[in-house]
Design a protein around this ligand. Structure first.
Ligand SMILES: [Zn+2]
Length: 251
C-alpha cells in the first residue's frame, strides 16, 4: 500500500524516522511519495530518497510558504527537477484559508509551476485549501490535468467535475472523522479509479489525537475507513489506489 502524500522529511520525524519506516513497512506499506514545500528542504528529501528505495521524491513551492519564496526559487526548482529524479512537481497550489498569505503572489507561483510541470511532462501534487474552484479554473486555463489534488475537501459535485478531466483526488486522515459527513458523501461518490490515499503525516493527526503526530501507519485507518464507506474489501480499495499511484507517478 502506497502513501501518496507524506512529509517524511519533517523535523518532527528526525528522532524516530527509521523506526517509523520499519514499522510502516512491517504492516505492508510499500511506498512513500514525499513532496517538498520550499527550496531549503529539497536536499533533505533527495537524501532520503537516495537512502530508501521506497521513498519517491517530488519538488515544488508550497503556497503556505509563499512569503519565503524568492522569484529565483522557480529557476532553482526547474534546475533541480532537470537534474534529479522526481515523481512529480509539488506540492504547489493555492491556500485561501488564511488571509495573510498573498493571493496574487500565490497565483503567480502556482501558474509558473503549472507551466513547468506541463513542459516537463510531470504530474502535479496540488495543495488546495479553500480554493478548489480557483485551482480547477487555472488547470482549465492551462489545459493541464495530470495532477493529484491532495487532501480533497470540496463538494461531491466539484469532485465529479474535476475527476472527469482525469485529475486524481487524494483522501487522508480527515475522512476518518465521524463528523466529516460531507467528505463521506464525496468518498462514496468518487469512483475507485479516481482516488488515492495519503496520511500527510506528521500533519493532520487523527481527530481523536488532535495534539499528537500523524504517523505513517495511520494510512491503514484511512484505507479501512474508506473501504467501509464504499462497502468494498480493503484489499480492493488498496489495489485500486496503488494502481492509480503507480500510473500517475510512473512508479
Ligand atoms: Zn502536504
Amino acid at each position: 500500500m502506497i502513501d501518496s502524500h507524506i512529509h517524511l522529511d519533517d523535523r518532527r520525524f528526525d528522532a524516530d524516522r527509521s523506526q517509523l519506516l520499519v514499522e510502516a513497512r512491517q504492516t505492508g506499506i510499500t511506498g512513500f511519495v514525499v513532496p517538498a514545500t520550499m527550496v531549503s528542504g529539497f536536499a533533505k528529501i533527495k537524501a532520503l530518497a537516495h537512502e530508501h528505495d521506497d521513498v519517491f521524491p517530488a519538488y515544488g513551492l508550497h503556497p503556505y510558504f509563499v512569503h519565503q519564496h524568492q522569484p529565483n526559487d522557480l529557476q532553482i526548482l526547474a534546475d533541480f527537477l532537470q537534474n534529479n529524479q522526481a515523481v512529480a512537481l509539488g506540492e504547489c497550489g493555492l491556500d485561501f484559508y488564511r488571509d495573510d498569505l498573498d493571493r496574487n503572489k500565490q497565483q503567480v507561483f502556482f501558474e509558473q509551476q503549472l507551466e513547468m510541470a506541463k513542459d516537463m511532462d510531470l504530474p502535479l501534487i496540488l495543495h488546495v485549501n479553500g480554493a478548489v474552484q480557483a485551482v480547477f479554473e487555472l488547470l482549465k486555463k492551462h489545459q493541464y490535468f495530470n495532477a493529484v489534488m491532495h487532501s480533497f475537501n470540496g463538494s461531491a459535485e466539484q469532485a465529479r467535475q474535476i475527476t472527469e478531466t482525469g485529475v486524481i483526488l487524494g483522501f487522508g486522515t480527515a475522512v476518518v472523522n465521524p463528523n466529516a459527513r460531507k467528505l463521506h458523501q464525496v468518498i462514496k461518490s468518487v469512483a475507485l479509479e479516481h482516488m488515492v490515499i495519503e496520511t500527510d503525516a506528521p500533519d493532520q493527526p487523527l481527530y481523536n489525537n488532535k495534539n499528537g503526530r500523524n504517523l505513517p501507519v495511520c494510512l491503514w485507518q484511512v484505507a479501512e475507513f474508506i473501504a467501509e464507506q464504499k462497502d468494498i474489501a480493503v484489499t480492493q480499495l488498496i489495489q485500486a489506489c496503488d494502481d492509480n499511484c503507480r500510473r500517475v507517478f510512473a512508479l
